[in-house]
Design a protein around this ligand. Structure first.
Ligand code: TYM
Length: 326
């Protein structure tokens, strides 16, 4: 039976940020070296936020461009928009019919999103994790590169797979999360998870001056009030970001000089922003190049949707058969 090894998705609401990259996207790129991978921009999930006019289409294409700029290679991996493959919603309906309301009401992301948009707590927000389970299981994918915040949704996806297999026929594997070494990047506030909705994020395509400005605002050790107060790198988010963007020898010096107060917060942040700009430069350059050839992106998405559609149809035929719809 047709299956892929790896499936993952990202919402097109807002700009991709360094949390997405460090927590998930760099695994998307490395996994395609050895596995059959499918990656999608989950535009149907983004409908839960009621985007206006053509905004959703524009941001979905923008996100697909960023994924290619990060190194997702559409020749190797299928890259597509979720809504271009109708099987996702078909399978989600079958799964909804076997998912207890109680399981969905326990989902942390549902609680967080309901708090973010209290005037629009819609049914789509509630059943969101079921559609996510369908995104994965329609390709019978075993591995899902995500950040830590998605682990609970994957537990539910495994439970749904087990329930379907027990109720009808053994069709689905139990998908496992695949985490990077940095599964939870904190935002500029140094306390909450970096997230578009918290507006505490650093966009992946930020220019060097924008990076200086954003990093300049980052919260550091609250006990370091004066320039010559010694710092505590172990509790400082700016220091932990150095770990992701600066060379190991520099991280070492930053740590020692922070403790002895030889390095002040302003200089520490300036160096971090410079190193970030240097690490992210290839992604920005590639995104600019892709901007010049929009047909390349559209061709990649159309080819990806065809490849994904073929596997999805195969699974849905089996599901129709197993459930008695066919
Ligand atoms: P989304 O769009 O919020 O985020 C995309 C990916 O980035 C990870 N991530 C982070 N990792 C570390 N630190 C952070 N601060 C951080 N913020 C985001 C997320 O864990 C995610 O891997 N529900 C999903 C989208 C989705 C999906 C799927 C994922 C829909 N269908 C099927 C996997 C498989 C979401 O909202 O991700």
């Amino acid at each position: 039976m047709e299956k892929v090894d790896v499936l993952s998705g990202i919402q097109p609401t807002g700009l991709a940020h360094i949390g997405n990259y460090l927590g998930a996207l760099r695994n998307w790129v490395s996994l395609q070296e050895s596995k059959r991978c499918f990656y999608c921009v989950v535009d149907l999930h983004a409908l839960t936020t009621l985007p206006k006019g053509k905004e959703l289409r524009r941001s979905s294409l923008e996100m697909a461009k960023v994924l290619m700029a990060c190194g997702v290679d559409p020749e190797r991996s299928a890259l597509f928009l979720q809504s271009a493959v109708p099987g996702h919603t078909d399978l989600a309906w079958a799964f909804q019919c076997m998912t207890p309301m109680g399981d969905l009401s326990r989902m942390t992301q549902f609680k967080d999103k309901s708090a973010d948009q209290p005037k629009n707590i819609n049914a789509g927000l509630f059943t969101y994790p079921v559609l996510q389970a369908a995104d994965i299981l329609i390709y019978r994918a075993g591995e899902v590169p995500v950040g830590e915040d998605q682990v609970q949704h994957l537990e539910l996806a495994r439970e749904i797979a087990r329930r379907f297999n027990r109720t009808y026929r053994n069709l689905f594997p139990e998908p496992q999360p695949c985490l990077t070494k940095a599964p939870r990047i904190l935002g500029l506030d140094g306390t909450k998870k970096m997230s578009k909705s918290q507006n505490n994020h650093i966009p992946l395509l930020a220019t060097p001056p924008q990076l200086q400005k954003l990093v300049g605002k980052a919260v550091t050790d609250p006990q370091r009030v004066r320039r010559d107060d010694p710092g505590r790198p172990e509790i400082c988010n700016v220091f932990s970001l150095h770990g992701h963007f600066s060379r190991p020898e520099e991280v070492q010096t930053v740590e020692t000089d922070c403790r002895s107060a030889a390095l002040g917060c302003v200089d520490c942040k300036r160096r971090l922003a410079e190193n970030m700009a240097q690490s992210l430069e290839p992604i920005r350059t590639k995104a600019e190049a892709l901007e010049q050839e929009p047909e390349r992106l559209l061709d990649a998405l159309s080819d990806g949707a065809k490849r994904a559609g073929a596997v999805a149809k195969h699974t849905m035929d089996k599901v129709r058969n197993a459930t008695g719809l066919a």
